[in-house]
Design a protein around this ligand. Structure first.
Ligand code: ZN
Length: 456
């Protein structure tokens, strides 16, 4: 299989470092406030990567997504809310987990920054010993990475030091591109937000967290480092620099997912065009939201428009409807995935192409249903179920489309309509039919039986 390595800026053949095993690290959220759509997209993109490596290639995959639970923004937001920062972090993380789980994108390994302070201090000590970091000479506990000591700095984003934006020199920083590894505790900050270190009380900088957590969870070398495109610089560039300077191989490959745009424009707070996670879940159930998040190629921008969720609801509905109808006449048979689907997933996780193959199979299956060809129905059903599993599409607990309650409601309305027809109350029958149409349901009377399906 091949995918695009965003450090090499080239499509590469993927070979795991250890036969049969794959380690993936994805930068997770800073738990300062509720998740936004970008968090959801990254989670779904790398969940599909992990699923394909497992299901399509049989690898044992360890997917790690960290939680940044100590950060300036957490402290500021907690203070504004009059809360203990730890309480805020726990609450926000619970909100993230709820959303991740509902999308089927939860992870088994989610290390917390505050659990790895010792590991971070260890990496910083190593960097100082090797001449790649220094403590500020202003009496604070600040420690910075010395970018000038590491000639490869800029290799991830292919930038030269002199062309990069830096920060103002201050707090003991010697050069504009040097970044904080350890931040001195400041007066007025809660006592609980600082830890003892060889340099004095303080807390870790953001980047060092990931270097320490990859080391603890995946070792000195691992297969894939992932995250959103917005994290490439400076976060990932700095992670790479400090891990390499400390003497670790670090990530063998890098993958970055594209951002979410709104009607073609960058989504931002200042533009006021952000779409909230709550709004998304009002427009579509979690399975449809996941379908939408997966529907663009992971490296492209994913554009949100008011119709995009409706399209996802309807596209997923077509799959669910086929599976429901097919399951009534055939058992799910063990079927190979279509080779076009395998090829699409093996070509840089081309989910849009893979979804096209899935819908083609649904169409073939629907024709087989109409023709009463049970073997062809069973084959299409088996194939659809396997492809949906790779993409993590939940075909069963789809509340808008197919929960038991919804089916009960629809079938109740159909029975009411048929009773009205039997009573020759055609006005009433038409009224009930209109109600079903409004729900997006089409009904057909076939050989004394009424069947229903989602309208296309
Ligand atoms: Zn990170």
């Amino acid at each position: 299989m091949k995918f695009f390595d965003s450090k090499q800026q080239a499509v590469v053949d993927f070979v795991p470092l250890k036969p049969g095993k794959v380690g993936i690290y994805v930068c997770g959220p800073t738990v300062q406030s509720a998740p936004h759509v970008g968090h959801l997209r990254s989670a779904v993109a790398f969940d599909i990567v992990a699923r394909w490596l497992r299901i399509g290639h049989g690898y044992e995959v360890k997917l790690v997504r960290n939680v940044t639970d100590i950060d300036d923004k957490i402290l500021v937001n907690a203070q504004n809310l009059g809360k203990d920062w730890r309480e805020l972090a726990v609450e926000v993380e619970a909100g993230f987990n709820q959303v991740y789980d509902s999308l089927g994108a939860g992870v088994a390994h989610s290390p917390h920054a505050t659990e790895h302070i010792g590991g971070m201090i260890g990496v910083i000590e190593r960097l100082i010993e090797r001449g790649h970091a220094y403590q500020a000479e202003n009496g604070t506990a600040n420690v910075f990475f010395d970018t000038a000591s590491h000639p490869a700095y800029g290799e991830l984003t292919n930038q030269k030091l002199e062309n990069m934006e830096g920060e103002a020199i201050g707090g003991g920083r010697r050069a504009a591109h040097d970044f904080a590894l350890w931040k001195s505790a400041k007066p007025g900050e809660p006592e609980t937000a600082s830890w003892d270190s060889p340099w004095g009380k303080g807390r870790p900088g953001w980047h060092i967290e990931c270097s320490a957590m990859t080391l603890a969870e995946l070792g000195e070398a691992f297969d894939i480092h992932g995250g959103g495109l917005d994290l490439r610089f400076p976060h990932h560039e700095n992670e790479l620099a400090q891990s390499r300077a400390a003497g670790f191989e670090f990530a063998n490959h890098w993958m970055h997912n594209g951002l979410v745009t709104v009607s073609g424009q960058k989504m931002s707070k200042s533009l006021g065009n952000g779409v909230s996670v709550e709004e998304l879940f009002e427009l579509g159930n979690p399975a449809a939201v996941r379908y939408w998040l997966a529907s663009a190629h992971y490296r492209s921008s994913l554009d949100y428009s008011p119709t995009s969720l409706a399209e996802a609801v309807s596209a997923l509905g077509r799959i669910v409807n086929f599976v429901r109808r097919a399951s009534e006449v055939a058992e799910v048979s063990v079927t190979e995935m279509p080779h076009e689907f395998v090829e699409a997933m093996d070509s840089d996780f081309s989910v849009p192409v893979a979804l096209g193959v899935l819908h083609d199979t649904v169409r073939v299956g629907n024709s087989a249903l109409d023709a009463g060809d049970k073997d062809a129905v069973a084959a299409a059903l088996g194939s659809v179920v396997r492809m949906a599993d790779v993409l993590g599409l939940d075909l069963t607990s789809n509340e808008k489309v197919a929960t038991a309650e919804t089916i009960e409601l629809i079938e109740g309305l159909i029975a009411k309509r048929n009773q009205a027809r039997a009573d020759k109350d055609y006005a009433q029958a038409d009224l009930v039919r209109a109600e079903l149409t409004a729900m997006g349901i089409t009904i057909e009377d076939q050989a004394g039986k009424t069947v229903w399906m989602w309208s296309n």
